[in-house]
Design a protein around this ligand. Structure first.
Ligand code: ZN
Length: 307
């Protein structure tokens, strides 16, 4: 699949489309068993959260601890079905669960579910860079205005992230690491991109509602995770209660929140490179060969065969 601007709405639409295509609920994912003794021997590297796309939405001083993927984790990931967005997200979650943890300034270490959802791809590329330190470049091709096809290596230093919308900057709340909007409608809202754990709970809810032939209220289900940005999980009943609560909201409030959430696009926007002619070229296709290609050496046969 190709990476596009991944708004929550598209994210949900793609989940549903993927489910329509397969006509069945997704297979339960295979959990990768990792012995504790091994985990202690694995080296985690500390990444400053400021280089992540959602840097502003973690407490200052947070670091993201990441290690290289092990062979069995790569094997499990390589089974990803590139045509199924739900499967891609699940396989990425398994990889993140194994290789990523969040360390807060107070020393607390949390699992990957506390990563912000739009940081998912950045974290995956970080694991990739630690895993394949000798070569194995992954590239995307972009056409320059001079006519040249330019190969852009897909790695963090070539990525550009979405920036905070100009109109939103003054509403950033450094104390709560979110946006605080005081509206003329009488309500104050705190919004930020949701964590992976929370977004996952909403996705599972939507999948379940759909499977049971109820029509989930997608417009609310898109907004609510942004209002619960400081949570890392929620039960199905909790989601139902929230949806009920928000469904009673008046139209102006709904319109406001919908419009605000549409401005909260974060994550990797594009890969860039300067062409030999001096022009900067860019591509938004950060998965040109599908999500599976991230941990698969595409020319492994040619590379390792003895001629
Ligand atoms: Zn050029």
């Amino acid at each position: 699949m190709q990476q596009k601007e991944m708004s929550e709405e598209e994210y949900l639409k793609q989940h549903l489309a993927a489910l329509e295509n397969t006509k069945t609920a997704p297979e339960p994912t295979v959990k990768v068993e990792v012995e504790t003794s091994n985990i202690e021997n694995l080296k985690y590297f500390s990444f400053d959260v400021r280089e992540f796309p959602c840097a502003h939405f973690y407490p200052p001083g947070t670091t993201i601890q990441i290690r290289a993927a092990e062979v069995r984790e790569i094997q499990a990931y390589s089974m990803v079905d590139d045509t199924n967005y739900y499967d891609m997200v699940e396989k990425m979650n398994e990889m993140l669960a194994a290789c990523v943890r969040v360390k807060y300034p107070d020393g607390r270490v949390a699992p990957y579910t506390e990563l912000k959802d739009p940081d998912r791809f950045w974290a995956i590329f970080s694991i990739r860079e630690l895993t394949f330190q000798q070569g194995n470049n992954l590239t995307t091709t972009a056409k320059c205005t001079c006519g040249q096809d330019v190969q852009i290596e897909l790695k963090r230093e070539n990525f550009r992230n979405y920036e905070i919308d100009e109109k939103l900057k003054k509403f950033y709340n450094p104390t709560l690491s979110c946006f605080t909007f005081d509206t003329s409608l009488g309500s104050v809202y705190h919004l930020a991109p949701p964590s992976i754990g929370l977004q996952r709970a909403f996705t599972e809810y939507i999948v379940k509602e759909n499977a049971e032939k109820r029509k989930p209220n997608l417009s609310f289900l898109k907004i609510v995770p942004f209002l619960l940005h400081d949570r890392t999980s929620i039960s199905f009943d909790g989601i139902k209660a929230k949806v009920d609560e928000f469904s009673k909201m008046n139209n102006s409030s709904f319109q406001f929140l919908n419009s605000a959430v549409n401005k909260l696009t974060f994550g990797i926007q594009k890969a860039v490179k300067v062409c030999s002619c001096g022009e900067e070229v860019h591509s938004d296709k950060i998965f040109p060969n599908g999500a599976s290609a991230i941990f698969v050496i595409h020319d492994a046969f040619e590379r390792y065969i003895k001629e």
